[in-house]
Design a protein around this ligand. Sequence first.
Ligand code: GLU
Length: 361
Amino acid sequence: MTVTRFAPSPTGYLHIGGLRTALYSYLWARKNGGVFRLRIEDTDLERNSQEALNAIIEAFNWVGLSYDGEVEYQSKRTEIYKKYINQLLESGNAYKCYMSKEELDSLRAKQEAAKQTPRYDETWRPEDGKVLPQIPEGIEPVIRIKAPKTGEIRFVDGVKGDMKFDASFVDDFVIARSNGMPTYNFVVTIDDMLMEMTDVIRGDDHLSNTPKQIVIYNALGVKHPNFYHVPMINNPEGKKLSKRDGAMDVMDYKRLGYLPEALLNFLVRLGWSNKDQEIFSMKEMLELFDPKNINKSASAYNAEKLLWLNSEYIKTVSNDRLIEELKFFDLDLTNYSKKEEILNLAKQRANTLLELKKSIL
Ligand code: GLU
């Protein structure tokens, strides 16, 4: 059975890149009669906010992507993660490191001065026949994973193909801080394992996390899911998408008068295609979407295309639906005697619901 998830961090609103990976994950699960889960990655207590969490759930509901089961919150799962930290300590796949912050800083400074990539020097890594330093007093250890020292970490990415990382790309990274709290890559891996993910579809800004997560899967002795890393959405000049280009809160699209189906249609095409088809109903998306056909290169945001799609959807949705949607913009046509005639005419020319409202008033 296909199991996918969307795993936002509630540190800001839901942006269209996030919604696109959510859509792809949703389509792939639903197409296969599988399960689509929502997991809130809220372990960064300083950067999380309830407001951001509400905004994400609100946006999710607006576009109508339904998820299965309860929402999982990482902040409530610390005890589960600690159990796996202990398991790795016991199996010898992780170890305690008592290096102080000062020692680590000076190690990093030396490596940087020698133009080397900063990496942990394995002082506390246990090896056969190696004598470890005396445990210092007053230092709570961090827990490090015993990463492979030689060879390659390989996986087949469903979008990018064969991926190879030299073992030196990953050092014995920290999986639990000295206060006992597990770190980002560790909790993602444990959750994907326990939630039985088969396919992880996420932005390629996470690609460099994947070898670390594979090291954790290997240490736990479990198979990792299939990974699909989706290239970014750029602006028309090929640069990082800014707020001005359209990298705004998904709910801003609602406020600007876009229909959610137009936005989803726009997003499915930003990074995936089926011949030269532009308009996809949800039914067609479900029939045709396959993450193997996600484009290998970054896609370009195209504001005119979104407007055009929106105008097409406004033309084809029912007048009853438009009457419902216009209420959000403080226009209630329910009791207008000529509402059908007015809408039939006005919807032929409106790119957005706001334009529709203006042309009626
Ligand atoms: N929480 C991550 C984010 O919001 C996603 C992690 C993942 O999909 O593995 O970017």
